[in-house]
Every structure is written in structure tokens, then in C-alpha cells.
Design a protein around this ligand. Structure first.
Ligand SMILES: C=C(O[C@@H]1C=C(C(=O)O)C=C[C@H]1O)C(=O)O
Length: 175
């Protein structure tokens, strides 16, 4: 399941926010500026994160993200499945240039089962450059470039069929 979700995440087709396929209720989720973890917590008792991969990779392992990040010898890659009350709701892929890890941001490479959002949204230096919506196999997704103390990281999220996002939309994806 997680391999398929993370493969689909890498196949997301990106859309302009003006796309007629993006209804207002959908954009309300996809353009969420605050923590998605916190928003999910409004729809369940417990949000949990299961890392599927965490480690340093070279630029050729992050081809999709490279146009949005500085070219460096290595990047920290984190891939996770986030669940609400044990049901998979989101696949997440975060790419952090090694230079972003200098200083307190080293914490990004030590998250384990702690949701990335808890760290990001506790920082007073967090900024967001953009959010792009997208779709893959009838599942909605988004990618964001975020910065901590001006240093970039790229986060891609794919909302899985059971995610609460789909409850607010007419018609739901097939299970
Ligand atoms: C970025 C956030 O953290 C969530 C948790 C992630 C993780 O632990 O890797 C990845 C994607 C997010 O949905 C957030 O809460 O907005």
C-alpha cells in the first residue's frame, strides 16, 4: 500500500489553481496554509506518522524536486504515511537540501514518528513560497516549498482515499 501511494505521489500532475477541476471546497484543503496535521486532528482522535524511508540521497533520487531546490551533493529524503485513527490518510515526501540542516534545522533529520508539521509550525522562522495543487489517479495532492530561516525544503503530499478531504467533495474516489 505505502509503495503504491508513494509511487503515485511522484506521478502527480500539477494544475494551475485556476483549473476548473479545483472546486472551492477542494482548494480550501489543498491551499491550507496552516499545519495539515493540525487540520487532520479536527477529524480524528489521533494522527500517527509511519516513516517509510529516511536518509540522505543524491540529486538523481529527487529529480522531481530538483528544479525547486539548490543543486547540492546530498539531500535528506523523508517519506511517510500519515494515518487518522490508524487509517492511512496521506502519503508525504519531504526533500531537504543538506545545507538546510545546518543549525537547529538538523532536527528535520531526526523526526522519526513525530509529524513534520509539529516541528515546522513551532518555528517562528517558517515561511512558504508556494503551494501547487495536483492530481494522480483521481487522488488529490499538493507540493509546497517551505523555508526555515530562509533555507528551503520541498514537501509533496498525496491525499489517500479515506482522507477527510474527500468527505467534503461531491463524489468520492473509488476505494
Ligand atoms: C507538513 C506537515 O506535516 C505533515 C507530516 C509529514 C511528516 O511527518 O513527514 C508530512 C506531511 C504533512 O502532511 C503539516 O502538518 O502540515
Amino acid at each position: 500500500m505505502s509503495d503504491n501511494a508513494l509511487s503515485l505521489l511522484r506521478a502527480i500532475a500539477w494544475l494551475p489553481t485556476s483549473s476548473p477541476a479545483l472546486s472551492a471546497p477542494l482548494l480550501d484543503w489543498l491551499l491550507e496554509e496552516d499545519s495539515m496535521t493540525k487540520r487532520f486532528e479536527r477529524h480524528c482522535q489521533k494522527v500517527t506518522v509511519e516513516p517509510q524511508f529516511e536518509g540522505f540521497v543524491s540529486a538523481d533520487a529527487i529529480a522531481e524536486e530538483l528544479p525547486f531546490l539548490p543543486l547540492e551533493p546530498r539531500y535528506w529524503l523523508r517519506e511517510i504515511i500519515l494515518s487518522g485513527d490508524g487509517v492511512p490518510w496521506l502519503a508525504g515526501r519531504t526533500v531537504v537540501p543538506a545545507s538546510t540542516l545546518d543549525g537547529p534545522e538538523m532536527m528535520l533529520s531526526q523526526l522519526g514518528t513525530r509529524p513534520l508539521g509539529r516541528y515546522l509550525f513551532s518555528s517562528s522562522t517558517l515561511t512558504r513560497d508556494f503551494i501547487d495543487p495536483g492530481v494522480a489517479a483521481a487522488l488529490w495532492g499538493r507540493r509546497s516549498r517551505l523555508r526555515l530561516s530562509g533555507k528551503p525544503l520541498l514537501l509533496t503530499e498525496l491525499f489517500l482515499p479515506a482522507a477527510p478531504l474527500y468527505q467534503s467533495l461531491p463524489g468520492e474516489p473509488s476505494e
